[in-house]
Each structure stands twice: as structure tokens, then as C-alpha cells.
Design a protein around this ligand. Structure first.
Ligand code: PLP
Length: 363
């Protein structure tokens, strides 16, 4: 692809921008003449404090985060938040509504059930998670503590295109796989959260954006590390933070601001996704994407080959040999999947559709 790097279509950890990696490479050994790697510096020292402050300020600028929202950089990925959210939003239990549009929403739903009552308000399971149930059909609970959605299902490739209106009940969204891929209207949410290892940085951290009136009280058994208020009061540095991941994420925030912000990023992602979906739809059933066109993800594009599993295996084998990395579909669904996050350039997507056309012609 570029030098000796492959076109990496992995769903996560995923491709990072090459220029960010080049910058990080310098700072890995000697950060701006300090004689230390970013990974070796005290997290309370002035150099790292500056990195952390800039990362938050840049993220606030990039998304346009209102002052009454806290930004938390937390360890344990998005999966830890599946437990932290009920423990912070429902300290005394209560009901939470879940909208199931795929495997990740299901995990969040099951985990929350350990701490509170969970209500399956809507599910697209009947369609094999290939669509999003119409908001008018959601069976929401009147006094729910929150409504949870997964804004982009990484495995099924289904993405919310509008933010559902849940009235006074806080909307909580797992944005792990479409974080920073398009503008975010923060005020429509109570909590936005996601792991960073797809669009933002190295794995191991979640970014949580939470409306401050929602925090302050936690479930009696809430681990200290999961206490949003405590983490907010300590600027996410109650303990040793994931320094390297925060630093690298900060480089990505700066890059996205320079690119023209999230509107420009969205435009780029729409162009990329169109190239791939057009190639699939124009292949007369040779390649198929099962998702309802209204909700097709700009980030994760699952597809099968009409010719069946043996042909699929051949496709994946030849694609791998041609330098296309991690096109195999998730083990739970099979087929192929191309994840085309922010850092996947248009040329990478073009190279893939060219390969797909060649494969079709030859097979
Ligand atoms: N939510 C979604 C939508 C994901 O795609 C993933 C990981 O792929 C997760 C949650 C879990 O993230 P983590 O591995 O950071 O816990």
C-alpha cells in the first residue's frame, strides 16, 4: 500500500494515520528533547500534564463539547463502560431501556442486567440485525434511568443516521466504532462513550463524555476506578493514566482539526463508503451486503460472495496474498468485512474494489 505497509481493513485495533505514527515514532524515544519517551515520563510532570490538557482541549474543540459535559479518559476499553454506566447512572437500581441492533449492544445489555433491571425496548434480531427498529416502535419505559444504543454495530455494519429523541431520559451511546467519523451533537446525549482503538489511537482506553448533572452518586459496590465523579475531579488521573494512548489520541485530534473538523471527516468517509457499496451493489449479486440501505455503516462493510463459502475462502486467501489485511468477517457471522475507519485512505478502498473486480472477472 504505502511503502511496506499493508492496506489494513481490520475492525480493531485498526489502522492509524501514517503521519501520526511517524510523529509518535520520534517521541517514542525522545519527546521534544526531554531525553525521555512519552511512555517514560511522569504523568504528573509538566510535559505530560501539557499533553493531557491539550488532548482534552483539542477534543472539546473538535467535537464542540459543551462546558457542562465532562471528558474522561479511562482504562479498560469500552467493555468496562458496560458496567460503569449502570453503576453511575443507576446507583439505586431502576430500569434501563436497551435498543438491540447487534452483538455489541447485546453485550452492554447483558452486563447492565447485573446491576439493574433491563428492558429490551426494541430489537432487530428478527432481521438478523440488518436494520434499526423504527423509533416509533420502541417500547420505552417512562422513568427509565437511561436508553442505550450502539451507534454503529461493528460486526453487523449497521449505523444510526439520526440521534433518537428520548425526551428527558438520558440517551447513552456506544460510539466505539464510529467515534469522530462524523459530527456529534453532544447535547442530545447523556453519555457518549467508546474504545479508541478504531478511529482514535492505541487500544486500552475509552473516552467517556458525560453530562455533569448525571454523575456524583454511584452504586455502593462501584469500584473506585469506575466512579465518573471521582475520575472527573481528578482529571482522569486518579491513578497512572494510559499515557501513551492519551498522547497518540491527542495527535489524532490535532490531525482531524487540521483536516477541517468532523464535517470534512464525514465527507471523506461518505466518499470512501460509496466507492465500496457501489462496487458491491453493482456486482449483480457476486458480492452482497445484507444491511438495510438506510442504515449502512460508513465504517464497517460486511459482505458475502454469492458463489458460496468455498469461493469466499478463495477470495480471502487471494486478498491476503495481495496485501489486503484482515478482510475476514467476524467469526460469529463469517463472510468478509472491510472496516474503513478514518485512517483508511480513499486509495485503499479503491485498491480493494479494483481487486474485487479482478477477482470477479477471474472467478
Ligand atoms: N463496542 C463496540 C461497538 C465495539 O466495536 C467494541 C470492540 O470492538 C467494543 C464495544 C468493545 O471495546 P473494547 O475492546 O475497548 O472493550
Amino acid at each position: 500500500a504505502s511503502g511496506d505497509r499493508k492496506w489494513n481493513f481490520s475492525a480493531g485495533p485498526a489502522v492509524l494515520p501514517l503521519d501520526v505514527l511517524e510523529d509518535a515514532k520520534e517521541d517514542l524515544i525522545n519527546y521534544k528533547g526531554t531525553g525521555m519517551s512519552v511512555m517514560e515520563m511522569s504523568h504528573r510532570g509538566k510535559d505530560f500534564m501539557k499533553i493531557a490538557e491539550e488532548a482534552e482541549a483539542d477534543l472539546r474543540e473538535l467535537i464542540g463539547i459543551p462546558a457542562n459535559y465532562k471528558v474522561l479518559f479511562l482504562q479498560g476499553g469500552a467493555s468496562s463502560q458496560f458496567s460503569a454506566i449502570p453503576m453511575n447512572l443507576a446507583p439505586e437500581g431502576g430500569v434501563a431501556d436497551f435498543i438491540l441492533t447487534g452483538a455489541w449492544g447485546k453485550k452492554a445489555y447483558e452486563e447492565a442486567g447485573k446491576y439493574m433491571t433491563t428492558n429490551l425496548a426494541a430489537s432487530s434480531k428478527d432481521s438478523n440485525f440488518s436494520t434499526i427498529p423504527d423509533v416509533s416502535d420502541w417500547k420505552l419505559t417512562k422513568d427509565a434511568k437511561f436508553v442505550h444504543i450502539c451507534s454503529n454495530e461493528t460486526i453487523g455494519g449497521v449505523e444510526f443516521k439520526e440521534v433518537p429523541d428520548t425526551g428527558d431520559v438520558p440517551l447513552v451511546a456506544d460510539m466505539s466504532s464510529n467515534y469522530l467519523s462524523k459530527p456529534i451533537d453532544v447535547e442530545k446525549y447523556g453519555i457518549i462513550y467508546g474504545g479508541v482503538q478504531k478511529n482514535i489511537g492505541p487500544a486500552g482506553m475509552a473516552i467517556v463524555i458525560v453530562r455533569e448533572d448525571l454523575i456524583g452518586k454511584t452504586h455502593p459496590l462501584c469500584p473506585t476506578m469506575f466512579d465518573y465523579k471521582l475520575m472527573a475531579d481528578n482529571d482522569s488521573m486518579y491513578n497512572t493514566p494510559p499515557c501513551w494512548t492519551m498522547y497518540t489520541s491527542g495527535l489524532v485530534f490535532k490531525k482531524l482539526i487540521k483536516m477541517g473538523g468532523l464535517e470534512a471527516v464525514e465527507k471523506m468517509n461518505e466518499e470512501k463508503a460509496k466507492i465500496l457499496y457501489d462496487a458491491i451493489d453493482g456486482s449483480d449479486g457476486y458480492y452482497n451486503n445484507p444491511v438495510d440501505k438506510k442504515y449502512r455503516s460508513l465504517m464497517n462493510v460486511p459482505f458475502t460472495l454469492g458463489g458460496g463459502e468455498d469461493l469466499e475462502k478463495k477470495f480471502l486467501k487471494e486478498a491476503a496474498a495481495a496485501g489486503f489485511e484482515s478482510l475476514k468477517g467476524h467469526r460469529s457471522v463469517g463472510g468478509a468485512r472491510a472496516s474503513i475507519y478514518n485512517a483508511m485512505p480513499k486509495e485503499g478502498v479503491q485498491a480493494l474494489v479494483d481487486f474485487m473486480a479482478d477477482f470477479k472477472a477471474a472467478n
